[in-house]
Ligand binder design. Structure first.
Ligand code: NDP
Length: 251
């Protein structure tokens, strides 16, 4: 255990699997009280039970980030349960199948933009409101290397993750003088449900992807969570509006 996030109350969206679930462990181990938000209630319940068994402070709230009232409820849950909101890791997101742009259906576009962009919009407004009412705070948004460069056959995803960078810069600039820092992480391919399914359906793809990464491997979810933990901590007190690639040298 460490002290990086001691006594901080941190909301994690998309906490039921992958990078978000890893973040729950990493942040709790660094001393944070974590509020886990996602749609799958059982998953969240199991994670909270595991964390509290280990002596950590954790609480779950069911939340579909595409619904503004759910985002507000998640933030209210954090402030009611733990007294305030010091940090948020806006991590909830969806990928979608890889398809050439001109063959992509509206439903793929809608699902990705709704979750990754409107979902972040909903969460940011609720979180910033609570932080302004409190003592400020720190926000980390989960973008992607696809927020910095193109990923082939993933146009709506690339658009959505560039928008995450846009929200990060806009909010950082707007609230810097009010004690709120806003940064993003830009993970490269990370071993989570999102990618494991995708690799399973596309034999040989994992090896092909690894060949494009200087470190020649994908990321563990914990490696992304560690970068987010630092950005959320007071050690990053003069860092705002940045996008930190966590990508094995890819970008
Ligand atoms: P997972 O599929 O394992 O996790 C996605 C999480 O988002 C789940 O907890 C899911 O929970 C949650 N989620 C999805 N839709 C919603 C919604 N409408 N409301 C609330 N929660 C939602 O994948 P990852 O851990 O990989 O993905 C996490 C983030 O990391 C995403 O933003 C993704 O774009 C980003 N990322 C991932 C990379 C990778 O290679 N894996 C690379 C770069 C970025 P539930 O279904 O219970 O709601």
């Amino acid at each position: 255990t460490g002290e990086l996030l001691r006594d901080k109350v941190i909301l994690i969206t998309g906490a039921s699997s992958g990078i978000g679930a890893a973040a729950a462990y990493v942040f709790a181990r660094e001393g944070a009280s974590v509020v886990l938000a996602a749609r799958r209630e059982e998953r969240l319940g199991a994670l909270v039970a595991e964390l509290t068994d280990k002596g950590f402070e954790a609480s779950a709230v069911v939340c579909d980030v595409t619904r503004a009232e759910d985002a507000r409820r998640a933030v209210a849950h954090a402030t009611e349960r733990f007294g305030r909101l010091d940090g948020a890791f806006n991590n909830a997101g969806v990928g979608g199948d890889r398809t050439p742009l001109h063959e992509m259906g509206d439903e793929v576009y809608d699902a990705i933009l709704d979750t990754n962009v409107r979902g972040l919009w909903n969460c940011l407004r609720a979180e910033i409101g609570a932080m302004l009412a409190g003592e400020g705070g720190a926000i980390v948004n989960n973008s992607s290397v696809g927020g910095l460069v193109a990923i082939p056959t993933a146009a709506p995803y690339v658009v959505s993750k560039h928008a995450v960078v846009g929200f990060t810069r806009a909010a950082a600039d707007e609230y810097a003088h009010q004690g709120i820092r806003v940064n993003a992480v830009a993970p490269g391919l990370t071993r989570s449900e999102l990618t494991v399914d995708w690799f399973a359906r596309n034999p040989g793809l994992e090896e092909a992807v690894e060949a494009t990464i200087p470190q020649a491997r994908t990321a563990a979810p914990e490696e992304v969570a560690e970068a987010a933990a630092w950005l959320l901590s007071d050690r990053a007190s003069y860092v705002t509006g940045t996008v930190l690639p966590v990508d094995g040298g890819y970008v």
